[in-house]
Design a protein around this ligand. Structure first.
Ligand SMILES: [Zn+2]
Length: 159
């Protein structure tokens, strides 16, 4: 199951790889993408609320639908001056989240809701399988080593 560690590491790896080519993917913009990758799982706060006897599933579960996540990203981006770029970076993070979640087989996701009630999932990873976390850690380590090597090379080019 892609947990928050996998979502964060995949979003970080993605922005770091893009940062090799595009200067827009600075560390601060990468942080926005990473935050965006966590937006769909905001609904998991219902698990905490359940323990206090507060039932909020009907209100918070739609956040784990693309339409709900996009709405949350739009609301967050309204608090910033450069709202268009903030919104796009958040959407990029949200997209990476659903790309990982689509790999699961957990009954499907209504990714086209409210336009279609059909559920989709590629279904190659079990919900209880944490190998995706291990793979994301290996990916992030590889990207980090490439990033270090790339920066070192560029540093010597400048001197
Ligand atoms: Zn998810």
């Amino acid at each position: 199951m892609p947990d928050w560690i996998a979502h964060v590491l995949v979003a970080w790896s993605l922005t770091t790889i893009l940062g090799f080519r595009f200067k827009q993917f600075s560390q601060s913009n990468s942080a926005i993408v990473i935050f965006g990758a966590l937006i769909p799982d905001i609904y998991k706060i219902t698990l905490l609320l359940d323990s206090f006897g507060i039932y909020m599933h009907d209100f918070l579960n739609p956040i784990h639908l693309p339409i709900g996540s996009i709405l949350i990203a739009a609301i967050i981006s309204l608090f910033f001056v450069n709202r268009k770029s903030i919104f796009l970076f958040l959407i990029m993070g949200i997209s990476s989240h659903y790309a990982l979640d689509l790999l699961l087989f957990s009954g499907g996701m209504e990714i086209f809701y409210p336009f279609s009630p059909l559920k989709f999932q590629i279904g190659i990873i079990s919900v209880t399988d944490f190998n995706i976390t291990i793979v994301s850690i290996i990916l992030a380590l590889s990207v980090y080593l490439a990033y270090k090597k790339y920066n070192k090379k560029n540093y010597f080019n400048l001197v």
